[in-house]
Design a protein around this ligand. Structure first.
Ligand code: MEZ
Length: 530
């Protein structure tokens, strides 16, 4: 960091004054103005849809997502599905939500297949660092959790879904603990609770800065001990229907053998996660390699409406430098413990605990208006003053709470307890998604959805830690509802997909193929050789 020596000095020179000064707060009007001017959702690099259930709405989607939603099937037009596998329940996805659904179905006597793009556990769940929210603190309650999340979500949340989320918190934490999840505890044995941005009191349980990895560890082990049949390396290419609108299975791509596998299922659950790897507007992402909006793409062809699917969360603290780490998450928990965001002049320009969308917009403003730090590789960001953590909480506190941070930065000669690090917003979360009801049923009978692929619960801005709770709570709920309301077996056809294809041919001749499955940069050749 020799190149930044004089700039780092400005951070150090202002540190003492910043330590005691109050954080700069913004009024609601100032926040809204910032969002409209700088948040990527408002950038105008969007378009409306002309095909499918959201067509003609007064909604503008990021180009990259719109192209996927209006993409043409990877399957040949004359594809005729015949069942290779018959199962009661087909779960699509390899993360926390898919695993929680599988666990809920265990013991039901139903046959369950779980198909994942890569391996079980490869998902955004493992990328989640800072924690999971649950109203367990003294003076806390699910109602308070609800109020914080509703304000954070700009009041656009589906209140029924949000109520379920907040009320599920304590039980889900108990279940995860029983499975062996080692949440951090205080010296007297209680859960250590962190404060998340936009929360009125500490409510985030964590396992240092690898909470999602720890949660997935116990879920994955538990699923491996069930009777569920795993179909790994088998992403879904299309959903199948019975010709009358009911979803009745899926076509998988057995990647290793390069062949399609048709699954006839009485119920299908989409738990396929998010969309960060679409790299909207060229942003870096904190997302797992498989997060390519597959669930949205496939459900949309089955006539499922999307809710707030044009709303994305750009996490304020993505790594900006060194380039090898660009887009990687720097957990909000570091800010919640007191690391300030500081511009090139050493100015603490906004409270780091304001809502994520507002903070990201403020960072983008600083960079656009020339108050960011330009790196030798051309990227720009602002400082996260990480050495403040040891100053505020004692020597070694940063390393003790955030070992992952050191694991990533030290190989590049940067010790974050001594030097501030450079951050810039990173594409982190899909706030909206497939519309579901309180039982995770989509608009297409036979098709359930849970986790990041769905929309409504978080409104248009999710609070920290609510996604890990979402995946376990709604994954379980979907599994339980499927177990108790299993439809009968139906024929499998590609009727809905064919109808969508015909509509595309009329209205959008330049459609690309989808789902994307893997980021474009990976150059994965999807060549269906049946
Ligand atoms: O829920 C999240 O997005 C989360 C916990 C992220 C983080 O900053 O660690």
């Amino acid at each position: 960091m020799e190149w930044a020596k004089s700039l780092i000095k400005k951070v150090e020179d202002t540190r003492q004054t910043r330590l005691t000064a109050p954080a700069p707060e913004l009024s609601a009007d100032e926040s809204q103005a910032l969002l409209e001017k700088y948040h990527p959702d408002y950038s105008g690099q969007t378009r409306s849809l002309c095909v499918g259930p959201n067509a003609g709405d007064d909604e503008f989607f990021p180009q990259e997502l719109a192209d996927m939603l209006e993409s043409a099937s990877i399957l040949p037009a004359d594809f005729q599905p015949t069942p290779d596998i018959e199962t009661d329940v087909l779960i699509l996805g390899g993360g926390g939500s898919a695993a929680s659904a599988a666990l809920a179905l265990e013991g039901s006597g139903l046959t369950v297949h779980l198909a994942t793009k890569l391996r079980l556990g490869d998902s955004n769940t493992v990328m989640a660092e800072g924690g999971i929210q649950s109203a367990l603190g003294h003076d806390d309650s699910p109602r308070r959790h609800f109020a914080d999340s509703f304000v954070g979500g700009h009041g656009a949340n589906d209140s029924g879904l949000l109520k379920i989320l907040c009320e599920s918190g304590p039980n889900e934490i108990q279940r995860l603990t029983e499975l062996g999840c080692l949440f951090d505890r205080t010296e007297d044995g209680r859960f250590r609770l962190r404060l998340g941005g936009g929360a009125s009191l500490p409510r985030v349980l964590a396992c240092r800065d690898y909470t999602g990895l720890e949660i997935m560890r116990v879920l994955r082990d538990a699923v491996r001990l069930t009777s569920v049949t795993l179909l790994e390396e088998s992403p879904a290419l299309e959903l199948l229907d019975d010709g009358e609108g009911n979803v009745s299975g899926a076509v998988l791509w057995d990647r290793k053998n390069n062949k399609t596998v048709c699954v006839s299922a009485r119920a299908v659950l989409l738990a396929t996660g998010g969309a960060g790897q679409l790299r909207l507007q060229g942003f870096g992402t904190s997302n797992h390699i498989g997060a390519t909006a597959d669930g949205l793409t496939l459900a949309y062809r089955q006539n499922c409406r999307l809710v707030h699917a044009n709303s994305f969360q750009y996490h304020p603290s993505g790594a900006c430098y060194p380039p090898a780490l660009a887009g990687r998450l720097v957990t909000e928990a570091i800010r919640s413990l007191g690391a300030q965001v500081v511009n090139r002049e050493g100015r603490h320009f906004v409270s780091e605990m304001t809502f994520r969308d507002v903070l990201s917009s403020a960072i983008i403003r600083e960079v656009k208006e020339g108050r960011g730090v330009e790196t030798p590789t051309g990227s720009s960001g602002v400082w996260l003053d990480t050495p403040l953590i040891d100053i505020k909480h004692g020597p070694g506190a940063l390393r003790q709470q955030f070992p992952g941070l050191f694991h990533r930065w030290e190989p590049f000669g940067i010790d974050p307890s001594k030097l501030p690090i450079l951050i810039f917003p990173t594409l982190h979360y899909q706030n909206g998604g497939i519309r579901i009801n309180e039982f995770c049923q989509t608009d297409a009978p036979g098709l359930w959805a849970s986790g990041e692929a769905t929309g409504g619960v978080h409104g248009t801005n999710r609070l920290m830690g609510n996604s890990l709770l979402d995946v376990v709570a709604f994954g379980r709920r979907a599994g339980e509802h499927i177990r108790d309301h299993l439809p009968s077996r139906k024929p499998i056809t590609t009727n809905n997909a064919d109808r969508f294809r015909s509509e595309l041919n009329i209205k959008r001749s330049n459609a690309v193929k989808g789902p994307l499955l893997f980021p474009k940069a990976m150059n994965v050749n999807i060549n269906i050789g049946d």
